[in-house]
Design a binder for this molecule. Structure first.
Ligand code: IMP
Ligand code: MG
Length: 175
């Protein structure tokens, strides 16, 4: 991907401010009641790392690994579980931590699967919400930044497994 075909959409400062705000909201909502964060790998690894340090509520962490994308920028619609939870979530207050919600298929699939394991509560937190592209009815409880269409990379988000290390989020020119 040529350097000139991408431009910063969300700066590291903007991301940090939104992460801090979400951390405060979660701390406020849960208080001293332990919360379990379920990070969706791989895309959310930087977000959850930063977010957890902004949460004052006692917190435990686990991860799932889902994959819905091939090497293109469109969803394949087929969601594959590549890693299951290691901790039981029954009777816990759980928050799913996603990097981005696009069509919503990935999250809907995960949400319904976790619900079957009977958590006390189940909420959704996403750094980026591509609302305009939603194909299923699913709403995040905590949203960092909303955006319209467009494919983005950086801060954990990849294109064909690359660019996750970029500290800012860039819009990729798909032309
Ligand atoms: P959904 O099932 O269409 O909502 O897709 C969600 C998943 O697709 C996210 O967890 C990301 O891993 C990936 N994804 C969606 N949009 C983008 C993007 O703009 N950049 C990088 N990954 C994306
Ligand atoms: Mg993801």
């Amino acid at each position: 991907m040529a350097e000139q075909s991408r431009k910063i959409l969300f700066s590291r400062e903007k991301i940090a401010a939104e992460v801090k705000r979400i951390g405060q909201e979660i701390s406020h909502d849960y208080g001293d009641q332990e919360v379990m964060l379920v990070g969706v790998l791989k895309g959310s690894f930087l977000f959850i790392a930063d977010l957890i340090r902004e949460i004052e509520t006692p917190t435990v962490v686990d991860f799932v690994r889902l994959a819905s994308y091939g090497s293109g920028t469109q969803t394949s619609g087929i969601i594959e579980f590549r890693k299951e939870l290691e901790m039981p979530i029954r009777d816990r207050d759980v928050i799913i931590i996603e990097d981005i919600v696009d069509s919503g298929y990935t999250l809907e699939c995960l949400y319904n699967k976790l619900l079957l394991q009977q958590p006390r509560s189940l909420k959704i937190c996403t750094l980026i919400d591509k609302r305009a592209r939603r194909e299923v009815e699913i709403e995040a409880d905590y949203v960092g930044i909303s955006m319209d269409d467009g494919f983005i990379i950086g801060y954990g988000l990849d294109h064909d497994e690359r660019y996750r290390n970029l500290p800012d989020i860039y819009l990729v020119d798909e032309d």
